[in-house]
Design a protein around this ligand. Structure first.
Ligand SMILES: [Zn+2]
Length: 563
């Protein structure tokens, strides 16, 4: 396959019609195939590791695959067929012919009109809007972001929110919702109370097109024939589903079996590292529902009750906005689900953000039709504005404050751990340079501890209500913190530092004949005989661990935290 091939195809067939609807010819023209097959629900886990599952309804699984993934799938000997209605010629989607056309919200932007519109936002509203770039795709498309905030050129102590659309290049509603939301924020700032509140109290980053490479696969002038995957080279293995390509808490560095991250994945991870996103959303279509974490993990998230609250709020406000109680009922009557409970996937950005970046990210599926007809665009974009603003507003709530050194006032990076509640990396960190932290919690009573290496930890009892922003500033005192936990034994042992970065010292005059470290689910991770002084735990991911020490036939059970 070479570039020339794509150029020829683009010139000859502005709208491809797949008269020969066979898997091979589709794969040869598009680098990916959308297909379906019958499968028992128990086999979805196995299938999900081979291809990119997109939906599962009444025993039929819908999935995408690139050439290698499809070859792997064929080895299973399962009968499948291309999703005909997806490939069959339909009415061609109408594209905007000028920037002005965009503001009727019923046409899709060409790539150049999209860039012009993003530039227009920044130029027209320079006080509150700034243009930024995550990176550049293989063919040179820009991954544009607008930042919206008061004092937009400053990095203020405000919660940072990230919204991304069209990571799957053929799921076209996401980018339109983003563009319409940006327009509303900029236009209504100073007149609309809620808009003004969010712009003044948050830093909002919006990336309408997360995968322009897929959206404008055949030509920058049309979204007709957009594809789901991106590509970062000319070979078959260069096609990636970005939303299966992120490091995964359970499946490791490369859960999709590829050897590298796509350009978009790599650039996004870098961008996330350079910011402190505390909440985010990833917009998709092909279903109508709110999909909350985790996709990879069977256990419900520690904050399941909070997720159910924000998910049901999204659904209720969306239905209200379009005055249609059947919106978001296609797969679940209540309109939302835990990701794993729907069908498990690995390598999603949602899981990456929640597990590795301690950010609350949700996946929103906004329309059953991936390539939504022009006449439905105004209604489907406008109905998602009020719920999106309500979701964003949640970022300004919860337990929040600053962690500093009690003596010098210097801001600190602390682990904020909710005792008896946090697991699977649901804890958060305060971040520098300000020491600010945000911990979103469902109404209730919690004991929250603040840990910094070299400081004595502090624990606070907090009562928080739903929709409340509860300020709690914390000053920590420098010193050793030999957190002493006694379990089934009268013996006291001390562990320090705790939380630990690399070497965990085990204090006391006892000789320990052996040691075992378990993760919070009870899985044995490390076992050692004849423990002298310390144990190297640098290889463990951050989180809470259980430690069993054996001395004179007695087991002392304790816990420690790995930073
Ligand atoms: Zn998607």
């Amino acid at each position: 396959m070479n570039k020339l091939f794509f150029v020829i195809v683009a010139l000859l067939f502005p709208l491809l019609v797949f008269s020969q609807m066979d898997a091979k010819s589709i794969l040869m023209q598009r680098g990916e195939l959308y297909f379906r097959f019958q499968i028992a629900p128990e086999r979805l886990n196995e299938i999900s590791r081979i291809v990119s599952i997109d939906g599962y309804r009444n025993g039929t699984c819908y999935a995408y695959a690139n050439v290698q993934e499809f070859a792997e799938f064929r080895k299973l000997g399962i009968d499948c067929e291309p999703v005909r209605e997806y490939y069959e010629a339909k009415d061609e989607l109408q594209m905007a012919e000028s920037l002005n056309d965009m503001f009727s919200w019923n046409v899709y932007p060409t790539y150049s009109i999209y860039c012009e519109m993003m530039q227009y936002f920044a130029t027209t509203y320079p006080e509150i809007c700034k243009l930024d770039t995550i990176g550049t795709s293989y063919s040179g498309y820009k991954l544009l972001v607008v930042k919206i905030s008061d004092n937009v050129n400053a990095d203020e102590a405000e919660p940072e929110f990230f919204l991304g659309g069209q990571m799957h290049g053929d799921e076209l509603i996401g980018g339109m919702v983003c563009l319409r939301l940006i327009d509303k924020f900029l236009r209504d700032y100073g007149t609309d109370q809620e808009v003004t509140y969010l712009v003044n109290n948050m830093e909002i980053f919006i990336n309408p097109l997360s995968n322009p490479e897929g959206t404008y696969f055949f030509t920058p002038d049309s979204v007709n024939n957009s594809i789901r995957y991106t590509r970062d080279g000319e070979e078959w293995e260069n096609f990636y589903d970005i939303n299966r390509n992120f490091p995964d808490a359970n499946a490791g560095e490369h859960p999709d079996g590829s050897e590298s991250y796509s350009i978009e994945t790599e650039a996004f991870m870098q961008y996330a590292d350079n910011h402190h996103f505390v909440m985010s959303a990833n917009l998709h279509s092909g279903a109508e529902l709110v999909n909350y974490p985790f996709d990879t993990e069977q256990a419900l998230p520690a904050d399941d009750a909070w997720w159910q609250m924000v998910s049901s709020e999204y659904v209720a406000l969306a239905r209200q906005a379009c005055n249609d109680p059947s919106y978001m009922t296609g797969d679940f009557p209540n309109g939302y689900t835990n990701g794993y409970a729907w069908y498990t996937i690995t390598g999603s950005r949602q899981d990456y953000m929640n597990y590795f970046k301690h950010c609350r990210e949700v996946t929103l599926e906004l329309s059953m039709e991936k390539r939504l007809a022009n006449d439905l665009l105004p209604s489907y974009t406008s109905r998602n504005i009020p719920p999106m603003m309500a979701y964003m507003n949640r970022a300004t709530k919860g337990l929040r404050g600053f962690v500093t050194d009690s003596l010098t006032g210097e801001p600190l990076r602390a682990m904020v751990f909710v005792n008896g509640h946090d697991y699977f990396n649901s804890h958060v960190y305060s971040f520098l340079p300000t020491g600010e932290y945000y911990r979103y919690l469902k109404a209730g009573h919690y004991n929250v501890s603040f840990y910094v290496d070299g400081y004595i930890h502090k624990t606070f009892a907090v009562d928080i209500a739903d929709g409340e922003a509860l300020p709690l500033d914390v000053q920590l005192v420098q010193g050793y913190d030999p957190e002493t936990i006694i379990d089934n034994n009268d013996e006291a042992i001390s562990l320090y530092p705790n939380p630990v970065v690399d070497n965990l010292f085990i204090g006391g005059d006892k000789h320990f004949s052996s040691l075992e470290i378990y993760d919070i689910s009870g899985k044995l991770l490390l076992s050692k005989r004849n423990v002298v002084g310390f144990v190297d735990v640098s290889m463990l991911p951050h989180g809470q661990y259980l430690l069993n020490l054996v001395s004179d036939g007695n087991i002392i059970k304790t816990k420690f935290m790995k930073m």
